[in-house]
Design a protein around this ligand. Structure first.
Ligand SMILES: NC(=O)c1ccc[n+]([C@@H]2O[C@H](COP(=O)([O-])OP(=O)(O)OC[C@H]3O[C@@H](n4cnc5c(N)ncnc54)[C@H](O)[C@@H]3O)[C@@H](O)[C@H]2O)c1
Ligand SMILES: [Zn+2]
Length: 717
């Protein structure tokens, strides 16, 4: 439910613990990490279109650093540990920074902040009780920019680039209203540094405009800001609402002040925007307090921040502390946890699924969590909203969730964002508890909860438009009928017109509306050509494999894999239908046969038999199959197969086949293919790069062979 972003969780690998790596493994992995990090840096800094999440990137970088720490002699010359950003984009003139633009060290836990303070004291030889002041301010999530003023006039603006050389974006910077063209009372030479960023509201409006033009969408405000500033045509930048906060400086011909606070005040007096949440703190405890305050305020700021930056206030001490290869010693970024953020719950919507389940969805004030803008999150079910889990146990200390509450959103990896917590101290007075609907919001039928079921379901069945549409969408989905030109959007459209009410209607669409191609032509988005293509694509799918058809029916609990298994077991559709009829009383030999299929449990079997026994559902299925030629499923060739009934795991990279091919072939031979090694595994097929799975198989004494060994075994060599 996260906004479409196309950002993945990054490369998944079998990961050996760093301490288990041999030297040659470490060297190979450093090479692999260098390539991955370089690609991620290019995508993120140069293209402004990250391909992996920040958390995935940080994990790769941390692993790289950990391996380097264990094998310092293996550290590469091009190590990401020594790099800032990425080289400037060709097309921009290059600007060499007179003073390098750096990155910041990171802190995640309070202990890291305490350690930062002690490190500085040790370096300066300051006792623990000597006063040492720091500034604390939000870490703006945008991109840094260096503005060079000579005699009070803006002469050059440059991005950070790789820290040494940036891109000349002067014309673009001049279009930003927060950036003054001229300054009065400034030193002869002054380089002001700060962050270009975009507000949430402007970001949403920009993406909406981009969508209207079918143009590229930005994953988050940071990417939008970077992509907007780094335009070869400054007119485009001018049309993008960018903002700027000043927080630092480069070359100056005369000192701005004696302290960080003083320098920021000076920049403000010169006409720059500085962040109002910048404060002076007398120690670690005060820093952490301000961190908590900023974290609370985060969702109300209207722009993205990803942490709080702490800096030694005394500029004399800053100068003594100096820099490491890519970061100053006198500053650190205390990052917010990448998976969590607080925001407001604006409304609770109820969605009705294919099986009638009523799912509550949280509509949120948009907030960026781990680089992805989240405006919807799941609330699971009514118990979850009330503060209980599926077993009736109290969760969140029993706190219920109400519309208008401040809630914490959790998003990690590919999981659907969820509302994890609620802040009762911010609940407005007199807000009533949320009442979960007892009727279906789509069709008005009763929504009932069966004993032991956490989910409330609409009993409307096919008269419920939501269920009918969801069923149709499932029917045409990729793993089901996959009809080109007939996706979720078109199905909704046709359902609205009343042209398609159930799957069978798809196959009479041409008959009913074919001569009236015109009818389609006049409808939004349809022309004669696209209608013709659609009818051809439908025609193609009249022949359908048994397994796909079964999956497409969208029977509860019957997924893709189970459908394939069942199809293989019965072979032909007619035999299967006869078997379903034979099992309709949930007893007898056909019922036993169904339950005997490995991978089919009682719950699934009941749902399956029940669907074919229910007159409406069965009518709809029979009407559909009249138009189809159902292809027989290949029964597994288990006679004489050396792997029939065996559980096989594939790991590492395969060279002669894809994972999917390997799996299909193994299953065709009657093997069961599992994703992880366990005591039940009979055979591990390990290609190069096999990691923990190979180790585990060895520990468990499981037979392990390589790809060639596998091909020989099954007679494909
Ligand atoms: N997803 C990816 O593929 C990918 C790739 C590369 C980097 N990244 C992400 O980028 C970040 C690393 O980039 P980085 O080197 O720019 O470090 P950084 O963003 O963690 O910190 C340094 C930057 O913070 C900025 N900043 C904002 N407010 C500031 C303030 N008040 N004072 C001082 N500086 C302030 C400055 O621009 C500075 O350059 C990480 O979060 C990483 O996850 C992601
Ligand atoms: Zn309904």
């Amino acid at each position: 439910m996260a906004a479409a972003s196309g950002i993945s969780e990054g490369p998944m690998t079998d990961k050996l613990a760093v301490e288990d790596l041999t030297e040659s493994e470490a060297q190979a992995e450093l090479g692999r990490l260098a390539a991955l990090l370089a690609a991620a840096n290019r995508a993120y800094h140069t293209e402004d279109a990250p391909e992996i999440t920040d958390a995935a990137y940080d994990a790769l970088k941390a692993r790289n650093a950990a391996i380097e720490a264990r094998f310092p002699e293996l550290k590469r010359d091009d190590s990401a540990s020594d790099q800032v950003g990425a080289a400037p984009l060709d097309g921009f003139a290059k600007v060499a920074h007179s003073i390098r633009m750096l990155s910041l060290g990171n802190a995640f836990e309070p202990e890291d902040v305490a350690e930062f303070d002690s490190r500085i004291r040790r370096y300066l030889g300051l006792p623990d009780d000597a006063p040492l002041a720091y500034t604390a301010e939000p870490k703006i999530d945008g991109l840094s920019l260096s503005l060079r003023y000579v005699q009070g006039r803006l002469v050059q603006a440059a991005t950070r680039g790789d820290g040494e050389v940036g891109e000349n974006v002067t014309a673009n910077a001049r279009t930003i209203t927060d950036i003054p063209e001229s300054l009065t009372g400034a030193p002869e030479i002054l380089e002001v540094r700060g962050e270009v960023y975009m507000s949430h509201a402007d970001f949403a409006a920009l993406n909406a405009r981009q969508a209207e033009k079918s143009d590229k969408q930005f994953a988050n405000p940071r990417n939008a800001a970077a992509g907007s500033l780094r335009q070869l045509d400054a007119k485009i930048t001018a049309a993008r609402p960018l903002l700027f906060f000043a927080y630092s400086w480069g070359e100056v011909s005369a000192p701005l002040a004696e302290t960080q606070m003083g320098a920021i005040a000076r920049l403000k007096a010169l006409g720059f925007q500085t962040n109002p949440l910048t404060v002076l703190c007398d120690g670690v405890e005060a820093l952490l307090e301000h961190y908590a305050r900023i974290e609370q305020a985060r969702a109300t700021l209207g722009y993205d921040i990803d942490g709080v930056v702490y800096k030694v206030d005394d500029l004399g001490l800053q100068a003594r502390l100096g820099f490491r290869s890519t970061t100053p010693r006198w500053a650190i970024a205390h990052k917010f946890p990448a998976e969590l953020a607080w925001t407001r719950l604006e409304a609770i919507d109820i969605q009705v699924g294919r099986t009638g389940a009523l799912s509550p969805v949280a509509r949120l004030t948009p907030v960026t969590v781990g680089g992805v803008v989240v405006s919807n999150a799941t609330l699971h079910n009514e118990d979850y909203i009330a503060g209980r889990d599926s077993k009736g146990e109290v969760i969140r200390g029993g706190k219920d969730i109400r519309v208008g509450d401040w809630v914490q959103v959790y998003r990690a990896g590919d999981v659907i964002p969820k509302v994890a917590d609620v802040d009762l101290s911010k609940r407005a007075e007199g807000v009533a508890p949320y009442v979960f609907p007892a009727t279906c919001p789509e069709c008005g039928s009763d929504a009932v909860r069966e004993e032991g079921d956490a989910v409330r379901r609409c009993v409307g069945g096919l008269i419920c438009p939501a269920q009918a549409v969801e069923k149709l969408k499932h029917f045409v989905s990729r793993a089901a009928f996959d009809i080109e030109g007939l996706g979720a959007k078109q199905v909704e459209q046709f359902y609205r017109y009343g042209w398609i009410k159930e799957p069978a209607d798809i196959f009479t669409l041409q008959e009913r509306y074919g001569s009236g191609l015109q009818q389609l032509k006049n409808r939004e988005g349809w022309g004669e050509k696209s209608a013709k293509n659609l009818f051809e694509a439908i025609e193609e799918k009249r022949k359908i494999p048994f397994g796909r058809l079964l999956f497409a029916l969208g029977i509860r609990h019957v997924g893709e894999q189970a459908s394939t298994l069942i199809a293989r077991n019965y072979g032909t559709w007619d035999d299967f239908i006869a078997a379903m009829d034979g099992a309709k009383d949930y007893e007898g030999p056909e019922w036993e046969r169904l339950l005997g299929i490995d991978g089919v449990g009682t719950v699934m079997a009941r749902a399956l038999v029940g669907a074919f026994a229910e007159p409406h559902e069965r009518g709809s299925i029979d009407r559909l199959t009249e138009y189809l030629t159902v292809q027989e499923a290949a029964r597994p060739r288990t006679d004489g197969s050396p792997v029939a009934g065996k559980t096989v795991v594939f790991t590492g990279s395969l060279e002669k086949m894809t994972r999917a091919e390997a799996k299909a072939r193994a299953e065709g031979l009657g093997a069961k293919v599992a994703g992880s090694v366990s005591a039940k595994t009979d055979l591990l097929v390990a290609g190069p790069g096999a990691g923990s799975k190979a180790k585990k198989a060895q520990d468990l004494g499981i037979e392990t062979i390589d790809e060639d060994g596998w091909l020989t075994l099954i007679g494909d060599a």
